[in-house]
Design a protein around this ligand. Structure first.
Ligand code: EPU
Length: 343
């Protein structure tokens, strides 16, 4: 276990906010995590459970303790003719796991290529892209309960997964240190090509039926075209979640915006269909794409992404966030909410 006092978090948040925390603790095994939670006292609070810091906006110095997993390792724990189960340390870089799976001809993660962040966070945030979500792959999550030091194994079906949501973000918030995630990969390749411009991007390269490697490469190219590299502009990917609205709201919007992009979310068990409206599109319609407020800006190639134009404080980004939220509310009558963890 590594413990640092008065620690600078600049290299632990992709927004590039220059902030410090009172204490920073890194744990490298389940036993380490157990020891750590037993040693925590009231004086260490508030706690911040940090992954790769790619979905975090720090609004100032953090007054408590930041806990970070440095648990590495990947191990096949089960295999059948159809599938393989890979148990990964929560501190592994998620995209390294995607690359590893593709290289071994284990399928299902290609569309999640190049998402920044670590394995532990994939299970908290239910990261997603191009029609796929982490919960499609997650089999179990292992964690240490902070209150008791108990090791638990939680089935994905009990984690309450939905679009960018899980119980780890709500009723279980800050209660577990995730130590391992087991992903289930398919041995049969069933590419998902229906989202947005994947097919078109493949066809540009003369590919009709891609291999998993070609699909991964194409997803990487699409992301690089649209999303800023934190080395150029600090950012946390999509800043807002796409709102999901009922039929009547969708119909009301459609009257004014017949070309509005949208995804139908099929209702399950007889529930009505709902509609996901891209917040990036709404922000662009409001005229905010490429604009800035102080040193915080709306990215010029993807309006869902807020960027640090250089030396922005967390407060400046929050001010831009509120301004954009209000603009969308005024024009569309819809509330949009950050997906980024603001602390
Ligand atoms: N759009 C605009 N203007 C913009 C941005 C988007 O008109 O400035 C339109 C696009 O033309 C398209 C639609 O909005 O019709 C959707 O855009 P895009 O495919 O780029 O995806 P998104 O809804 O903006 C979501 C995820 C991304 C993920 C992409 C691809 C969320 C919050 N974001 O963005 O995830 O990569 O889909 O699947 O759901 C992230 O979470 O950090 C992230 C990058």
């Amino acid at each position: 276990m590594q413990i640092y006092n008065d620690y600078n978090l600049l290299h632990h948040n992709t927004f590039g906010i220059d902030a410090r925390c009172r204490k920073f603790v890194e744990y490298a095994s389940t036993e380490d995590a157990q020891q750590l939670v037993k040693a925590l006292t009231k004086a260490d609070e508030p706690l911040l459970l940090l992954g790769g810091g790619s979905n975090l906006l720090l609004t100032g110095d953090y007054p408590g303790t930041v806990l970070h997993s440095a648990i590495l390792g990947r191990e096949v724990v089960r295999e059948t003719p159809e599938a393989v189960w890979l148990r990964c340390g929560s501190g592994e870089t998620f995209d390294d796991i995607v690359a590893y799976a593709v290289a071994h001809s284990w399928y299902g993660a290609e569309n999640l290529s190049l998402i920044p962040g670590e394995v532990g966070a994939s299970a908290v945030q239910n990261i997603g892209a191009y029609g796929a979500e982490a919960c499609d792959l997650i089999d179990t999550v292992e964690a240490v309960e902070i209150a008791t030091g108990r090791v638990v194994t939680i089935a994905a079906s009990d984690c309450g997964y939905s679009y960018r949501q899980s119980k780890f973000k709500h009723e279980w918030r800050d209660q577990y240190l995730i130590t391992h995630v087991t992903y289930r990969f398919n041995k049969i390749f069933n590419p998902r090509l229906d989202y947005g411009n994947i097919r078109a991007a493949l066809e540009e390269k003369g590919i009709r039926v891609p291999t998993a490697g070609q699909l991964r490469d194409t997803i990487i190219e699409i992301r690089r075209r649209k999303l800023p590299d934190p080395k150029d502009y600090g950012n946390a990917g999509s800043f807002f979640m796409n709102p999901i609205v009922p039929e009547e709201t969708y119909q009301r919007l459609l009257k004014d915006y017949p070309d509005m992009p949208h995804y139908v979310m099929k209702g399950v068990d007889g529930e009505a269909d709902r509609y996901k409206i891209p917040a990036g599109w709404m922000i662009e319609q409001c005229g905010w794409k490429g604009r800035s407020l102080g040193r915080a800006g709306v990215y010029s190639k993807q309006a869902l992404v807020l960027v640090n134009l250089g030396g922005a404080t967390g407060e400046e980004v929050v001010r831009l966030c509120h301004t954009v939220q209000q603009a969308v509310k005024d024009k569309f009558g819809i509330d949009i909410y950050p997906e980024v963890n603001i602390r």
